[in-house]
Design a protein around this ligand. Structure first.
Ligand code: SF4
Ligand code: URA
Length: 195
């Protein structure tokens, strides 16, 4: 089976999933969007109000920030892949629980295995913690490790992880936006290097 078929099947599974209580509360599950051949995969936290309404990732205010940051390094949404660690919206946008992450993260694991990205960018601390620990690294405060790179080996080759602040954190905090901008420039350098 090709990537396209595998991803479509997985997305269908996510849209019908009831593996955790969030399945009962959602309007739409949000599997992810973008290129199945993306070199870089962005992993946010969980859908918010608009994402739940539309079934698409990062289409609310945080998404506008992400679009801006992507545009600044010449990337469009259709050449990257964007998803979340938890695919259904937690009520009142609360943080996802450990149990919800545990129930949902196997979908993210599958997406990584199918897409085989060169770079994974976890956005925010929940995603950073899950991804770093998955590849055998220790989670650290996002203020300390954002923009740093971690090299991991996978069955499909080398992968670089570069955690960043969550774009929503930049909404009312210009200094965080500046850090995100700088980290995106680093990402651009990484993508232009011999990956
Ligand atoms: Fe299934 Fe994940 Fe939605 Fe829970 S959050 S119902 S595990 S898709
Ligand atoms: N915040 C996230 O973490 N993900 C989204 O898809 C939207 C907002």
């Amino acid at each position: 089976m090709g990537k396209e078929e595998l991803m479509k099947k997985l997305e269908e599974k996510i849209r019908n999933c009831q593996k955790c209580p969030l399945g009962q509360l959602r309007t739409n599950a949000v599997p992810g969007a973008g290129s199945y051949d993306a070199k870089v995969m962005f992993v946010g936290e969980a859908p918010g109000y608009w994402e739940d309404q539309k079934g698409l990732p990062f289409v609310g205010r945080a998404g506008k920030v992400l679009d801006e940051l992507l545009a600044e390094i010449g990337l469009s949404r259709d050449e990257v892949y964007i998803t979340n660690i938890v695919k259904c919206r937690p009520p009142e946008n609360r943080d996802p629980t450990e149990d919800e992450i545990k129930a949902c993260a196997p979908y993210l694991d599958r997406q990584i295995d199918i897409i085989r990205p060169k770079v994974i960018v976890p956005l925010g601390r929940h995603s950073m913690k899950y991804i770093l620990e998955k590849f055998g690294f220790k989670a650290e405060p996002i203020s300390k490790i954002h923009g740093k790179t971690f090299e991991a080996r996978t069955l499909f080759g080398k992968i670089v992880i570069m955690p960043m602040y969550h774009p929503a954190a930049a909404l009312y905090r210009p200094p965080i936006k500046e850090e995100l901008r700088k980290d995106f420039q680093k990402l651009k350098g990484l993508l232009n290097s011999a990956l």
